[in-house]
Structures are given as structure tokens and as C-alpha cells.
Design a protein around this ligand. Structure first.
Ligand SMILES: [Zn+2]
Length: 278
């Protein structure tokens, strides 16, 4: 295990470096991972928050060779540093613009908006955008070849499950975007938070199983009631989760309930409470 120390540029492999932003917290783990890809020409992936000392360290590490600033998505722990860094370095902003819904970094205005499958050539690497909606509708993972590194942003993070917050977050899309990874030549996951994960498909399997297990609990909790609101189900479905995390769990519960509606397994009454379709 490598050490997760904010503020120190760590070489992970030839042409792949990581710098952790100083924004550790309950949602961000040890802090946001910013990655530097390439040596002669550099792409910075997820500059993180617009934290001057962090951006200065990224700029120094680029040593005048930055050409692109990329983001996985526009949540505020991933992209607000992108615009100031691109301006300081004369680099091009690449990513999908912020959707209208939810807490988003609307300062991110990309020059290049990649479609799924679009790529960049960085030295001898090719870097390909993989559209993975679910955690956020504009979420991109980035696949670096050769080597099969998948930079997953918040689609997959190490050490905890990610929050799926409707309406921009969507559980059906999230599960489909996880399934999709199985068709890619991924050898290593480089997440937006936490350590590298070297058994990518075991990780994907675990996350899918965990989400479906939680869904089964939602179904079980609904089956014990004639109708229930998300608030009424929360303590039951998340009995294993610290109550301090229940406000976040409430968002994922909403996402599970909306998935059951989309799947035709539940319906809502006029008062907004949910009922299982038998
Ligand atoms: Zn996020």
C-alpha cells in the first residue's frame, strides 16, 4: 500500500503521478486524487478544489508541459481547480459541462467535450473517455493504455461506496455503468479518492452485489408496510450505518426507491409514499 499523503507528488508508474488535494473529509476520504499523466506532454486529471497551494503544486509538477486539464465530473471536490489551472498554464479544458441539477461547479466550461470513446494521445499513451452516468450524469471514467489504468473519479472510490443523489444521480444508470466496465481491458483502478485497486472486476462485482443487497433491504422494508415514505424506511434500511451518515444514506435510499419505480416494482401513492407492486 502506498501512503496517502496530501501535498506530495507520488510517482505511481512511468508517466503516471498522483497529488492528493488537502480536502480530506467524510465524503472525500484522504482528499481528492489529482493525477498527472504523461511526461513530455501532460494531462492533469481532476485538479480538485480551487485550493491555491494545491494548484501551485500541480503547476510546478507540470513544469511548463501541461496541455490538457481533464475532469471526471463537476462535483465541487473534483473540478473547481480546473478553470484557474487551465488559465495559469494555457491548457485546454476537457470534460462534460455541469448539469443544471444539484450542487455542481458551474465555473467548469470545457473547450473540448468528449463523446464516449473519444481519446487523447499523451506521449505514448492513449486516453479514452468512457461515459459512466450514475453518480453524476456527466461522469466520465478515463482509460489509459497501455497498462489498462481506469481513472474512475467518483464512479468507484476506494474505502467506501459513493453517494447516488437524485435527480442527477441515478441508480439504474449507475449499475449499468458498472456493468459496462466489464467489457473494457481494465487492469487497475485509479479512483478519485483513496488507494489504487488492483482487482478491478472483483471491485465491480462487490459494488454491484452491495447495491443489490441494499435494494433487497428496501424491498423487505417496504414489504413489511402497506406504504412508506423514504424517511420512514431510512432507519430500517440503514440500521448498519452510523446515524451521522443517514443524511447521505437518505439520498441513496431515494435513488433505490426511484430505481424500483423505474423497474415497475414499486409505485407511489398520491401522498408520495411508496408501495410494492405485488
Ligand atoms: Zn462526485
Amino acid at each position: 500500500m502506498d501512503e496517502l499523503q496530501p501535498g506530495v507528488v507520488v510517482s505511481l508508474a512511468p508517466g503516471i503521478r498522483r497529488l492528493i488535494a488537502p480536502n480530506a473529509g467524510p465524503l472525500t476520504g484522504p482528499g481528492t486524487n489529482s493525477y498527472l499523466l504523461g511526461e513530455d506532454t501532460i494531462a492533469v486529471l481532476d485538479p480538485g478544489p480551487a485550493e491555491p497551494a494545491h494548484l501551485a503544486r500541480l503547476a510546478k509538477a507540470c513544469n511548463g508541459r501541461a496541455r490538457w486539464i481533464l475532469v471526471t465530473h463537476t462535483h465541487r471536490d473534483h473540478s473547481p481547480g480546473a478553470a484557474p489551472l487551465a488559465e495559469a498554464l494555457g491548457a485546454e479544458l476537457v470534460g462534460m459541462p455541469a448539469p443544471a441539477q444539484g450542487p455542481q461547479d458551474t465555473s467548469f466550461r470545457p473547450v473540448r467535450v468528449p463523446a464516449d470513446g473519444d481519446g487523447l494521445q499523451i506521449d505514448a499513451f492513449s486516453l479514452t473517455a468512457v461515459h459512466t452516468p450514475g453518480h453524476a450524469s456527466n461522469h466520465l471514467c478515463w482509460l489509459l493504455q497501455p497498462g489498462g489504468w481506469l481513472f474512475t473519479g467518483d464512479h468507484i472510490m476506494a474505502g467506501s461506496t459513493v453517494v447516488i443523489a437524485p435527480p442527477d444521480g441515478n441508480m439504474n444508470q449507475y449499475l449499468a455503468s458498472l456493468e459496462r466496465l466489464r467489457s473494457l481491458p481494465v487492469q487497475l483502478i485509479a479512483p478519485g479518492h483513496g488507494q489504487l485497486l488492483d482487482r478491478p472486476f472483483e471491485v465491480v462485482d462487490w459494488i454491484i452485489a452491495h447495491r443489490l443487497q441494499r435494494e433487497a433491504r428496501v424491498v423487505g422494508a417496504l414489504a413489511r408496510r402497506t406504504a412508506a415514505s423514504a424517511d420512514e424506511l431510512l432507519a430500517d434500511v440503514y440500521a448498519d450505518t452510523a446515524t451521522s451518515l443517514h443524511p447521505l444514506a437518505r439520498l441513496s435510499l431515494q435513488a433505490h426507491l426511484e430505481k424500483l419505480l423505474e423497474d415497475g416494482r414499486a409505485r407511489t401513492a398520491p401522498d408520495g409514499r411508496f408501495t410494492l407492486v405485488s
